[in-house]
Design a protein around this ligand. Sequence first.
Ligand code: PMP
Ligand code: GLN
Length: 379
Amino acid sequence: IETKLPKVGTTIFTVMSQLAVQHNAVNLGQGFPDFDGPQSLRDALAEAMNSGRNQYAPMTGIPKLREQIAQKTERLYGRKVNADTDITVTSGATEAIFAAVAAVVRPGDEVIVLDPCYDCYEPAIDLVGGRAVHVPLSLPDFSVDWQRVKDAITPRTRMIMVNSPHNPSGAVFSAQDLDTLAALTRDTEILVLSDEVYEHIIFDGLPHQSVLRHAELADRSFVVSSFGKTYHCTGWKVGYCVAPRTLSAEFRKVHQYLTFCTFSPAQWAFAHVLEHDPQHYLDLPAFYQEKRDHFRDLLQGSRFQLLPVRGAYFQLVDYSAISDKDDLNFCEWLVREAGVAAIPVSAFYETAPAAKIIRFCFAKNDKTLADAAERLRAL
Ligand code: PMP
Ligand code: GLN
C-alpha cells in the first residue's frame, strides 16, 4: 500500500533496545530508569485496582488528579488553571502531543520544530497533512536562534513546538527565551506546544522556565508533561496537557476518540502521591544531578568528550576522538563491540550536523553506570 509515513521506520529507541538485548549490552539508549518509582505510588496503584477503580475514568481524567495538577501548577509556576476546563489527563505525553497537533493543525499548515527534536513530533504533523519546518538549534550549546525561528514563520505557520529541558541535549530555556517566543507569536494565529516532560529534572539550581509561568504565552499554548519521567514509571504511560479552556475543548474532541480516557488505577495512584508526597518531585533535581555528576566523573579518562547537561536525563558525548563513523554506524558498532547501547543524535534531525555526537541515558543505578563506563573507558 501507499505509505502515509514514507520517512518513518521503526523508532530508534526500539531498534537500539532490541540490539542491546541481542548483544547483552548495558542499555543506555532508550530513555527509561532501571529503578522503580516510590513504593507509595505502587501501593496506591494496587490499592486502586483492589478497590474497584477499574472501569473507564472520566474522559478528561479523574477530578482528584486534575485538582492536584492544578494545585501543583499554581504552586510551582504561579498560574491558576481551572481543573475542570484546562487540564486533560492523557495516555502519556505522546498521546497529548498527537492530540494537540491533530486538534489544531490543518492540512497545509506549517509547524516549526527545533532540531534535534523528539521523534514523534514530525509523524504527528505529517499524519494530519501539516508540514514540519525544521529550524536547527545552535551548536555547541543547543540554544535557540530566535532570528532563524522568526525567519521561518510564514502566513501558514500554525504552531511552534518547543521542549525544555531538552531531549536529547539537556539544554534549558531562560526567561528570555519565553519572552522572545511570546514576542514572535504576539498578534498572530500561531499556537505553541511546549513539551515539558522533564520539568522536574533540571540542575545547578536553575528554575524550570515553564510556559505556564508566562501569562501571555500560556494563553496560546498546550503544555504537555509526563508522570512517566517524574515518577520513574515510563511504562505506565500517563501524562497530561494544560491549555486554556478553548484550546482544551478542541484538544478533548480528539482525545475522546483517540483513547477516550487514560488507565484509571494509575490516575488514582498519581492523585494519591501528588497529595501525600509532593516532596518527591521537589527532590528530583538533586536526585538526578547526582547521577549526572557521577556518570560524568566515571567518563573522565575516556576518550569521549562530554557536552554540558542542564536538565533531562541524557548525556551527549562527542566520539570523534574514537571513530570517524557516522553516529548510527558508531552506535551499532558500540553495542556490538563495547556492549553499550546509545542513541545516535541524527535520529532527532532532519539534516544531521557534522558533529559526531551520541546520547547516553543516565537514569540508571550506580552499578549500571559503572558497568557501562568501564566498557566506555576501554575504547
Ligand atoms: N517528549 C519527550 C521530549 C520525551 O523524551 C518523551 C519520552 N520519552 C516524550 C515526549 C513521551 O513521553 P511519554 O512516555 O509520557 O509518552
Ligand atoms: N523518550 C524516550 C527517549 O528519548 C523514548 C521513548 C520511546 O521509546 N518511545 O529515549
